[in-house]
Design a protein around this ligand. Structure first.
Ligand code: NAG
Ligand code: NAG
Length: 880
């Protein structure tokens, strides 16, 4: 995969003598990974017979990983329009003839139409292997003695291509008996022989055409009960191509281009200007390159430059990712606008939000500093939290509160330290069977860390770590110098651009090698994008050392050369991000108003598009569902989070508006449910009040909404009290306030009163005082007897401290006791939301306890008790 950049080409010539390889598309590293967790081997190594003659690293997430994982015979996600599996005796392939809709998913169950093999094959599982592979294709060979069948399996080729040597071609029907062959009817139990260079066969899957590129071939079709075979009359040396004929009108196109076949593909990148990246596929072709017939998907068509498209009705196949339509030629140049990637948003927070934002930062950073940095449990939750906390430092920087940066950095460094310390509960280890960095606890257990040990979701997990590491690198160069090697192993694990890295395969996607690496799927598109955001931030800092490693800056090369190469590295990550965003907007974001005939809309059915958001895009089905949840807010939120400044380009208005409308019943639902949490240590059962639809999911949906309607998003966000581990109040307000058109976004956001006050019941006129047990009771008839209370800030809420004893007011969850000023520090039960009471006179407030989301009412003796279920049941208070 050489680079086509003229610049790098020149550099290669200059540096040939010092062993330089392409800077941008050469390896990030070639050194042997030696993470603190050492080396392990996963308990599901690749099938050694398949990779005979090869060495790791092996791809773990490609469409054909099922050929090599487990027993090597899982149905694999391609080569589309076909799906296939490698069976001991031959290659199964087929195109689904059933398109189904079940209310939440569009499905095309996989099927085997035919098995390709040859009569001499032993049928032994070990008698097939990979000859070679590249970024998209794999060439497989079946062999026995001197007989071989070799097939380059090339996604996007309408034809499958089989090259035989000293072998008798044989095809076995997987869909009932053969009814017609070579234009002749085949009766059940009978057989028909035909010869030629183009023969059609029909079974219950429909019609296939067999082309011989090597002269006339004689084939006999035998229609056995419920099956059938087509066998050559003798050994054959040459090429057969096989293609599904969906419609008789497609035959002319298929006939015209059948002689030209692809055998492999080169993938290349270039950056013609600062904001443009191109991704180029160049197929190696036997025959006429310009007459290579391939198929495109919607995401290709949106990006292809100067394509030579035959008419869409001349050839087409409907898949769950939309129509595949024809294209001619062996070079596809796809153009993308490169997103701007930076730590922070491209504009300052709107002034209407800054004071709340700074209060939020002060509050959340003080809470962070007060907590012990996490001991890692699993990579996913740990990284997710690290990245969210790291953003607090970046936001503090942007709003000019540099004093708040260091506490965050110190916290982050303490938690990262577990990772560099032998004996920590979880460590990164180098996995030797496939080649990659895994959670060392997960090598024999798919239940650990979402299958991290089996290469599932690495780009989700490591994107978070690399974001955190980039923030540390930004503020502490010493940390970077100390830990660069170990952190860079993660970068190599997910975005290695080069086959020249001896320890990592080229890039990684979701779905690893567990369960035989069958069906591929991705259900967290927002985190996939983050899998390239984190690396691109981190690359800013390590480019310099990479260049030293590659000897680029040795000798007399100019500084300009260095900055050019450095820009190209970053552009590579920007391009990965751009392609991921385009894919998400094509396949995960649904557009109810799109036309069913829109060439580039993958979902022709209106009922599918009405779902607005795909939860999961799989090889044979796509649907608004998740493996772990079924709420609309969950399905939408997992396509949005984590909320980072680069997501500005992701949250497009058409999708966001449709999605918010679709999920509105859940977004507007503030009812609670009780979850009972049993603590075995203390043998007590706590009832933990939760919202049915949690604020943390809603929070990121409101961030997406802010891209188009910052005022509405700010207003909706002002009612939130939980942002989950991956988001924060400060990040929420920062994202909203840095949107285009955010002017005045927060000006009408309600907030607790802040300062020193006393409280008076609006109903009885009595002032709130503290009794001997520090309970709050509205029983004083004069203001002079009123308790002096300090109202402090908490995100979208506040704390109340009794000044006479310097204790925070707490509200337990039962709603049976008076509010009481007895806590030295404030946490979740010491937070109250104080708002103007709807329908009451101006200046009359309600007090809502965050602990149980109930309003303070007055007991018989005037005690303030958090047991009011609704605002109308709430007592009213004046605060002065
Ligand atoms: C994995 O291996 C460890 C250590 O050998 C063992 O204690 C553990 O039970 C194994 N886990 C599974 C799921 O097999
Ligand atoms: C509230 O009162 C306390 C104690 O008198 C004082 O230290 C503090 O500065 C006051 N806060 C405000 C905002 O006036």
């Amino acid at each position: 995969m050489g680079s086509i950049l003229p610049f790098v080409g020149r550099l290669l010539a200059v540096l040939g003598a010092v062993g330089f390889t392409s800077a941008v598309f050469g390896p990030i590293g070639t050194d042997k990974p030696n993470p603190t967790g050492g080396s392990v081997a996963v308990d599901q190594p690749p099938l050694s017979s398949f990779f005979v003659g090869h060495n790791p690293p092996y791809p773990t997430n490609d469409w054909w990983s099922g050929f090599a994982a487990g027993t090597g015979d899982a149905v694999s996600a391609g080569p589309f329009p076909y799906e296939s599996s490698l069976q001991p005796a031959g290659i199964n392939f087929g195109i689904s003839t059933s398109r189904q809709w079940d209310g939440t998913s569009i499905k095309q169950p996989t099927q085997t139409d035919w098995t390709a093999s040859f009569s001499e094959h032993s049928g032994n599982r070990g008698d097939h292997k990979a000859l070679s592979w590249d970024r998209q294709t794999v060439t497989v060979q079946y062999f026995t003695g001197s007989s071989t069948l070799t097939t380059p399996l090339v996604p996007g080729s309408p034809y499958l291509t089989f090259t035989y040597a000293n072998a008798t071609p044989k095809f076995t029907s997987g869909q009932g008996f053969i009814t017609s062959f070579g234009g002749q009817t085949v009766n059940e139990g009978g057989s028909v022989t035909a010869s030629g260079t183009r023969l059609q066969v029909v079974n219950s899957a429909g019609t296939y055409i067999i082309y011989s590129l090597s002269g006339s071939i004689s084939l006999t079709a035998t229609a056995a009960a419920n099956s059938g075979t087509i066998t050559a009359s003798s050994q054959f040396n040459g090429v057969l191509r096989v293609v599904k004929l969906n419609d008789p009108s497609h035959a002319a196109t298929l006939d015209q281009y059948s002689a030209n076949y692809p055998t492999a593909v080169d993938v290349d990148y270039a950056f013609p200007d600062a904001n443009t990246g191109t991704l180029t596929f160049t197929w190696q072709v036997t025959g006429s390159a310009s007459n290579l017939l391939m198929l495109t998907w919607p995401h290709h068509r949106k990006a292809l430059q100067n394509p030579n498209f035959p008419a869409t009705n001349s050839l087409n196949y409907l898949t769950t990712k939309g129509w595949m339509y024809p294209i001619l030629g062996n070079v596809w140049t796809q153009k993308y606008t490169l997103p701007n990637i930076d730590f922070n948003a491209p504009r300052a927070p709107d002034a209407s939000c800054t004071s709340a934002l700074i209060q939020g930062l002060e509050y959340e950073i003080s809470q962070l500093v007060a907590t012990t940095p996490d001991v890692p449990g699993d990579f996913y939750s740990w990284g997710n939290k690290i990245a969210a906390k790291a953003r607090l430092a970046l936001i503090a920087d942007h709003v000019g509160r540099q004093d708040l940066i260091q506490p965050v950095i110190t916290w982050l460094e303490t938690t990262y330290n577990y990772w560099f310390t032998a004996g920590s509960p979880v460590l990164a280890a180098y996995e030797t069977a496939w080649g990659g960095i895994i959670n060392n606890q997960g090598y024999n257990n798919t239940g650990v860390d979402y299958g991290n040990g089996y290469y599932n979701d690495h780009h989700f997990h490591y994107g978070y770590f690399l974001t955190g590491a980039a923030v540390l690198a930004k503020y502490d160069g010493n940390w970077l110098n100390q830990h660069k090697n170990e952190v860079t192993f993660l970068l190599r694990d997910i975005v290695n651009p080069s086959t020249q890295d001896p320890y990592f395969p080229v890039t990684r996607h979701p779905s690893g090698i567990a369960n035989g690496a069958g069906s591929r799927d991705q259900e967290s598109s927002g985190e996939a994008i983050n899998g390239y955001y984190g690396p691109s931030l981190y690359l800013i800092f390590i480019v310099f050392s990479l260049l030293i490693r590659h000897s680029i800056i040795s000798g007399a090369l100019l500084w300009a050369t260095l900055s050019q190469a450095s820009a190209d590295f970053k552009n590579y990550a920007r391009l990965l991000l751009a392609t991921e965003v385009q894919a998400v907007q094509t396949y995960w974001h649904l557009y109810p108003n799109a036309s069913p005939n829109d060439r580039d809309n993958p979902y022709p059915e209106a009922e599918t598009r009405a779902l607005t958001t795909m939860g999961n895009v799989e090889d044979w089905q796509s649907g608004a569902w998740l493996f772990w949840g079924d709420q609309k807010v969950e399905i939408a939120a997992i396509q949005i989070l984590p909320v980072t400044p680069d997501k500005e380009i992701l949250y497009d208005a058409d999708w966001v508006n449709a999605m918010v409308n679709w999920a509105s019943d859940e977004l507007n639902d503030n009812t609670g449910t009780y979850a009972f949490v049993c603590s075995l240590i203390s043998i007590v059962v706590l009832s933990d009040k939760r919202f049915l639809y949690s604020d943390s999911w809603k929070s990121v949906i409101y961030c997406a909404l802010s891209n188009t309607d910052p005022k509405r998003a700010a207003s909706l966000s002002s009612g939130l009290t939980d942002w989950g581990t991956g988001n924060t109040f400060s990040n929420q307000l920062y994202f909203i306030s840095t949107r285009p058109n955010a002017g005045g976004a927060c000006s009408s956001s309600p907030a607790n009163p802040l300062g020193n006050f006393s409280i008076q019941s609006a109903d009885t006129g009595h002032y709130v005082m503290a009794d001997a047990s520090s309970n709050l009771v509205a029983s004083s008839t004069s203001q002079s007897g009123a308790a002096q209370l300090s109202f402090g800030f908490a995100p979208n809420a506040g704390t109340i401290k009794l000044l006479s004893n310097n204790q925070y007011v707490t509200a337990d969850q039962s709603g049976s006791f008076a509010l009481q000023a007895v806590r030295a520090t404030a946490s979740a039960w010491e937070v109250f939301i104080i708002r103007q009471k709807q329908g009451a006179a101006a200046g009359v407030y309600t007090i809502l306890a965050a602990s149980n989301h109930k309003y303070a009412t007055l007991g018989g003796d005037g005690s303030l008790i958090n047991n009011g279920a609704s605002e109308s049941a709430a007592a009213g208070f004046r605060i002065a």
